[in-house]
Design a protein around this ligand. Structure first.
Ligand code: MN3
Length: 252
């Protein structure tokens, strides 16, 4: 749109909408260089929304040495971003889905159109699980469960140490890519469970309280094939203050 036709059409709402479209198109083009700064070719353009990558709630190196900054960059900026992009692509033609939260989509997979259910299960699951993952990690979140969650863990597993042993055993038993979770079932019982791929306990109606990412991308740079070492170290960076808060909220 040139300046003259712009001036001519700005008087109407339709004209303003056309101007807004033209401006947004130009801004988008400027924001997407053909080469990323690192020299890696840019990925094909993905829809800009409705889902967006949440910022990390701490610095990329905040979890060093347990989880290294390079892993955090790749995991957050590349892997999580890809789930967001692919989820946006999946809902691009479904405006009725775009207005729902990703947790709502994952908790109600049966409500989704057949054509996009698998894509949302995988890509939406990846977005939901990783959004959760960043929040349950911290270098300063306390070393043990707090308050009512501490009592519930003691009551159900015997002690925090026994809970850790059970969680580690379940994690070690997961074959392939997936997650290990501490969840709260509708009856109020704590549960240690695994999910394959990017499946979420939300789909089964349980509330995630704690998650352990067991995809190789979450640890391979630093730990290589030593997955047990990664799992053992991960307990040092659990944000128990946050997790205990989730339990209190879910019980309320
Ligand atoms: Mn991951």
């Amino acid at each position: 749109m040139n300046r003259r036709s712009l001036l001519k059409t700005l008087g109407s709402a339709a004209g303003f909408a056309a101007y807004a479209r033209a401006f947004n198109g130009r801004a988008w083009a400027q924001a997407a260089p053909s080469q990323a700064p690192s020299g890696v070719p840019a990925a094909p353009a993905a829809p800009a929304g409705p889902f967006t990558l949440p910022a990390l709630p701490y610095a990329y190196d905040a979890l060093e040495p347990t989880i290294d900054a390079e892993t955090m960059h790749l995991h957050h900026d590349k892997h999580h971003q890809a789930y967001v992009n692919n989820l946006n692509a999946a809902v691009a033609n479904y405006p009725q889905l775009a207005s729902r939260s990703v947790d709502d989509l994952i908790a109600n997979l049966n409500s989704l159109p057949d054509e996009v259910r698998t894509a949302i299960r995988n890509q939406g699951g990846g977005h939901a699980n990783h959004s959760f993952w960043w929040m349950i990690l911290s270098a300063s979140g306390g070393v043990e469960p707090k308050a009512d969650l501490a009592k519930a863990i003691d009551a159900q597993f015997g002690s925090y140490a026994q809970f850790q042993a059970a969680f580690t055993k379940t994690a070690a038993g997961l074959f392939g890519s997936g997650w290990t979770w501490l969840t709260l079932a509708p009856g109020g019982k704590l549960q240690i469970e695994t999910s394959p791929n990017q499946d979420s306990p939300l789909t089964a109606g349980r509330t995630p309280l704690l998650a352990l990412d067991l995809w190789e991308h979450s640890y391979y740079l630093k730990y290589q094939n030593r997955r047990a070492e990664y799992v053992a170290a991960w307990y040092k960076v659990i944000n128990w203050d946050y997790v205990s808060g989730l339990y209190a909220k879910a019980k309320a």
